[in-house]
Design a protein around this ligand. Sequence first.
Ligand code: 2AM
Ligand code: CA
Length: 295
Amino acid sequence: MPRSSLVSDALVPPYQSLLQTAIKSAHTAGSIMTSATSIDKEVSVTKVNKKDLLTKIDPMCEAAIKSTILESFPDHLILGEESVEPGASASSDALSSYLSESESLNKPLWIIDPIDGTTNYVHDLRYSSPSIACSINGSIVVACIYDPYANETFTAIKNSGACLNGKPIHVKPETCLEDSVIAMGAPPGKLSAEKSIIGFEALLPKVRTIRMLGSAALMLSWVATGRLNCYWEWDLSSWDVAAGGLIVEEAGGRMRGLMMDDGRFEVGERRILADDGRCGEEVRRILKESGVFLK
Ligand code: 2AM
Ligand code: CA
């Protein structure tokens, strides 16, 4: 939907001020993450299945992010992972309902993941991060992902580029697939496990190596910085990809929806492929030919 048809520009805070709030909230959550004790980090609940973990810290981070956003923008809407029932359909339904509320109320919508990479967090594998995105008229305009262990803040503003700790970043396209480093993930669930195994087997002989790092937000950020050439995953939620998708695109990479005929990416797309602008087409073809998807 064209931007002008809904929220008028006069009602939208400047993107810079949205970004400052995104950074402040990500840093607040990051310091809660790193100051938590190992007891706080123990798993308090498993969600839909035993692999889907939740600690006491996830809702604390979500609450801190929400209050930081609402301090600056009390009337904005916020969709957060920990406020939605577990499972793919609850996640998709929540996104649709928040997007239509955002449209009908003419209000920006924030899409947040308080800790992306919760399994890493629980196991003290220091690779997890808050992920914060702001959407206007259904399009993500501002993004921030903060790695509190490496003190790396990845940001993007729509049409203004992406940065790491304030310095512009760009993807680094590899000339051939066999020199490319590909990342992937395997969220819990029988179908996504099957798809991930098929894709892994098909891709491994054709690339330099494959990594599974456990945080969609950080794997997307690493495509944007050129540390990875490509990242694909079968079953993600809007809060996993909202911020990272914009960061990849603003760094010159490309986001694709694997199930879309035209490969278009939208924030509700659960099967994604991010690339450095060069190897994605070939990776997509290999995944398709191996039967990961049919269209
Ligand atoms: P999370 O840690 O916030 O849950 C790792 O491959 C990615 O998959 C992470 O971004 C992780 O996000 C996400 N993930 C983990 N469990 C998931 C689930 N049950 N459904 C969808 N995504 C999940
Ligand atoms: Ca997540």
